[in-house]
Ligand binder design. Structure first.
Ligand SMILES: Nc1ncnc2c1ncn2[C@@H]1O[C@H](COS(=O)(=O)NC(=O)[C@@H](N)CS)[C@@H](O)[C@H]1O
Length: 485
């Protein structure tokens, strides 16, 4: 074998690779639906999305979150209740102004996110600290009139896989504890999907509208640009004050409770596709692969031998299904084996099983793993266990490969020029010492020609003597910059 598939196109022209792979693997149809920034989940992609959401829901449900479902439409007066929030979203809101031929007397927003609608209903549901903490979440479509370049799954105007969690607490500290829990949940989600990330505290000038602070997860795309794949916000009492939401506190006082919110979106699927792909297509982690094993019979011309192969194929598929594997037999008559190999490699199926006359006569299976294309032959009787072991090996080698790729794209330097070359050169994230002042932070964005992602979370001390390269003051933190999506 020539070794694992190349990643030339995958890294040299990532946006085109991404468009190619989601179309070739029949994951997502983007660009043909006649509304900008809105795409269609096709059956295979919808299966991947469903399994990713199973991971997300599983981790939220097992940490005391309750799933809810709120209306899509938010009346203008609710959306405008929290001034910072509406200022942050003013330019991005879609409005509904008519019902049929009638003009509506109240404009209705398509939710850009749901802090306002959820806080409003919480004022009816929650009266006492005894009911806290409350942890709601929903998986919905949200709508944002994005003006930056829209991209499939990565920057949408209808974000179709938006998991938003909203929590209520009796104190700032308990909300802070919830921020930590949300970060642990997000770490678990991305670890399960083998997606590497850095966690940063967003700078004051780029936090979520209405939040006290924002903690963000960023991964790095094959072209060296960072992608924000999850965010956790401490909302303080911003929304509870705006909605005059008071409850009876432990000391009998009436006071405003404290909130957090945290979200992930279609970008989780986008980063799963991007981080693990190669020039042949998707490489899907076995745990979320819709099909884990595709069985391809290689039938000789002779009728009798063909029958032998197909009978054995059915027996093998049944044995693998009995072993609890998600199996698909590709017995399409009109496709040659080679074309089938490419078809299923593009779809990223972790394991391919080839069955020809030899396997049928020797009661064996030839197994090819998608990530490295390596082949082995195993007796049918051991195949279930061997494939399960192989899938575990695939997960850990995919995790390692993603981690080492990511590690090579983090640079720590005291030189602004080196940081600029790194970011300009789409090499990834650069970290430089920072004095903590906004003016220097914004100046660095100019000089490095990148976006400030923030500072490491949890906070890391900066060694003695490190100075901000712009003003010379002692550095209080390393600041991260990168090209971003
Ligand atoms: N236009 C978009 N397309 C795809 N994903 C997006 C888009 N806008 C935001 N996201 C994703 O959604 C996550 C949460 O969005 S957010 O604005 O940061 N936070 C909120 O809306 C809070 N209400 C927490 S749910 C982001 O971290 C990002 O990964």
């Amino acid at each position: 074998m020539l070794g694992p598939p190349s990643r030339e196109k995958w890294s040299s022209d990532f946006p085109r690779w991404f468009d190619w792979v989601i179309e070739t693997a029949e994951v997502y149809d983007y660009g043909r639906y006649p509304v900008k920034g809105m795409g269609v989940w096709m059956p295979y992609g919808f299966q991947i999305r469903r399994r990713v959401l199973e991971v997300v829901r599983g981790l939220l449900d097992s940490t005391g979150h309750e799933e809810v479902l709120f209306p899509l439409l938010i009346p203008e007066h609710l959306l405008r209740r929290e001034s910072e929030h509406i200022r942050g979203f003013e330019g991005e809101v879609y409005w509904v102004t008519h019902g049929g031929r009638e003009e509506l007397d109240v404009k209705l927003a398509l939710r850009p996110t749901s802090e306002t609608s959820i806080t409003y209903m919480e004022t009816f549901w929650i009266k006492s600290y005894r009911q806290l903490p409350k942890k709601y979440y929903q998986v919905v479509s949200i709508f944002r009139y994005e003006t930056k370049a829209t991209r499939p799954m990565i920057r949408l105007r209808e974000v179709t896989t938006f998991k938003e969690a909203h929590t209520v607490h009796e104190s700032f500290e308990d909300a802070e504890r919830q921020v930590l829990e949300a970060i642990e949940v997000y770490k678990a989600i991305f670890d399960r999907l083998l997606i590497p990330y850095v966690i940063s505290k967003r700078p004051e000038w780029d936090k979520f509208a209405g939040a006290l602070y924002t903690i963000a997860f960023d991964t790095i795309m094959p072209d060296g640009r960072a992608l924000q794949i999850g965010t956790v916000h401490h909302l303080g009492q911003s929304f509870t004050r705006a909605f005059d939401f008071r409850i009876q506190m432990r000391d009998e006082r009436l006071d405003h409770p404290w909130q957090t919110s945290y979200g992930v979106s279609d970008r989780v699927v986008a980063s799963l596709i991007a981080v693990h792909g190669d020039d042949r297509g998707l490489v899907i982690p076995p745990s979320v692969a819709p099909i884990q094993v595709v069985v391809i019979p290689i039938t000789p011309g002779d009728e009798e031998k063909r029958g032998k192969v197909l009978t054995y194929t059915a027996k093998a598929a049944e044995a693998l299904e009995k072993a609890g594997l998600r199996v698909h037999v590709d017995d399409r008559e009109w496709e040659r084996p080679g074309a089938k190999f490419y078809y299923w490699e593009a779809k990223g199926v972790p394991i391919r099983v080839e069955i020809g006359l030899r396997e049928a006569e020797q009661d064996t299976l030839t197994i090819a793993r998608r990530d490295t294309l390596e082949k082995t032959e195993v007796p049918l009787g051991e195949a279930g266990n061997r494939i399960r072991e192989l899938m575990a090996q695939i997960e850990s080698s995919m995790r390692e490969r993603a981690k080492s790729f990511f590690g090579e794209r983090l640079l720590r330097t005291e030189s602004l020029e080196e940081a600029r070359d790194w970011v300009e050169g789409r090499r990834g994230i650069a970290e430089i010492p920072w004095c903590g002042r906004e003016s220097c932070g914004l100046e660095m964005e100019e000089r490095v020609n990148g976006k400030v992602l923030g500072t490491p979370w949890p906070e890391e001390p900066v060694e003695e003597g490190k100075r901000c390269p712009l003003c010379g003051r002692p550095a209080v933190a390393w600041i991260r910059l990168a090209k971003t999506y």
